[in-house]
Design a binder for this molecule. Structure first.
Ligand code: PLP
Length: 391
């Protein structure tokens, strides 16, 4: 059996840094109690760990008040909290065709059930959304603009700062989905004019599954759309308005937060620039290798600046699913196939009609050898199907 080559970091990073496993294990063995519910020693150790993680992530996004960093179940949950908590009956929202279903579906439900009007801005032939196209759609009742920072299909990184400036001038709340970028591309809420950032913990922040959250800038208020226990001021009938309780409900994923704490520290120690450069070099190598094979269609721009390390492609004449199965069964290469929860991207690039694409997602632990093997494997799959030889 060939060595496993994991090229599905767009779905989740694997493996995690050793310290992440260690911290999760340590949480449960040494102080695995419910923080904020009592004042005994173990409880206070757990509180300290959660607070330290809030501070780490607040600093990571250049926020100002660590209580405004709230933890959720994952990126999808964070986006739901923000979208349902920011929009009301009669509001208008603008988003893009590059979004993941964790943005598209909440907005669809609001448009179907709550009289919220939604515009979807297409991307250009290089995969970028034009800030002016967003500006042209802004109107009096536009309350929210939601944009995916980095595409999980075509990899393009959107001009967040420019879009944010347009929103800021008009007092429109600007929410970004950083699921694919946090941990690879610097996100400075202040400099990039971001009001609310939604993040996931289990991708490039190197934390475990079941973690994610929001940072909500001071001056922006997200309504609570759920209610429950917070561990404090229990006699009050309604859910608390103050952050972080406002957007946290019940017992959180404490071992997950402990692991995320270690993941963020690992990322900071390596440095975003170093991680991004390593992945970008491998991406270039992968793109150049696949480009040399006749019979492979790549869905990626020529210039790889403003790009994260995911690459979508198809072997001509093969269903993406079949290519993925061959990569898995014959070469022990793990990747993602299908629509990647981003159906409008596939509609725009035309791959919706052929059931999507194959996606290689490069992570910090991938090597040049992994890429060489993946390119060779795709070449062999093409040749076995068509008899066409690599140039
Ligand atoms: C762009 C984008 N947004 C949101 C999500 C959802 O993140 P999570 O899996 O943490 O819910 C993903 C996950 O694949 C994603 O790629």
């Amino acid at each position: 059996m060939n060595k496993l080559i994991y090229l599905d970091s767009g779905s989740t990073t694997f493996p995690k840094p050793e310290e992440v496993y260690h911290q999760m294990d340590r949480f449960y063995r040494d102080y695995g109690v419910n923080p904020g519910r009592s004042g005994y020693d173990l409880c206070m150790i757990a509180v300290t760990m959660v607070e330290e993680t809030r501070r780490l992530l607040t600093k990571f996004f250049n926020g100002t008040d660590y209580n405004r960093l709230i933890f959720s179940l994952n990126g999808t949950d964070a986006l739901n909290l923000a979208i349902f908590g920011l929009l009301e009956n009669g509001d208008h929202a603008i988003t893009t065709a590059i979004e993941h279903n964790s943005v598209l579906r909440p907005l669809y439900h609001l448009s179907r059930d709550s009289n919220v009007e939604v515009d979807h801005i297409p991307f250009d032939s290089r995969g970028f959304v034009d800030p002016d196209a967003i500006k042209r759609k802004m109107k009096k009742n536009t309350r929210l603009v939601v944009v995916n920072h980095g595409s999980n299909v075509i990899g393009t990184v959107q001009p967040i700062k420019e879009i944010g400036a347009l929103c800021r001038e008009r007092g429109i709340t600007f929410l970004i989905d950083s699921a694919q970028t946090a941990g690879k591309i610097p996100i400075d809420m202040d400099r990039m004019n971001i009001d609310v950032v939604a993040f996931t913990g289990h991708k490039s922040l190197m934390g475990p599954m079941g973690t994610g959250g929001l940072y909500v800038r001071e001056g922006v208020e997200v309504r609570h759309t759920r209610a429950g226990g917070t561990g404090v001021r229990s006699a009050i009938r309604s859910h608390l308005d103050e952050y972080p309780y406002r957007l946290e409900y019940g017992t959180g994923n404490l071992p997950g937060i402990a692991g995320l704490n270690a993941g963020v520290k690992w990322v900071e120690e390596k440095g975003l620039h170093t991680i991004h450069e390593h992945e970008s070099n491998l991406l270039r190598m992968l793109r150049d290798g696949l480009r040399e094979i006749d019979g492979v269609s790549l869905y990626c721009q020529d210039d790889l600046t403003d790009h994260i390390a995911v690459l979508a492609f198809n072997v001509d004449g093969l269903e993406a699913l079949d290519t993925g199965t061959m990569l898995d069964v014959d070469y022990n290469i793990s990747c993602r196939t299908g629509l990647h929860c981003a159906p409008m991207v596939h509609e725009q690039i035309g791959t919706d009609k052929i059931h999507g694409a194959v996606r290689f997602g490069i992570g910090p632990f991938n090597t040049e050898e992994d890429i060489t093997t993946a390119v060779q494997a795709v070449g062999e799959i093409v040749r076995s199907r068509t008899g066409v030889h690599a140039r």
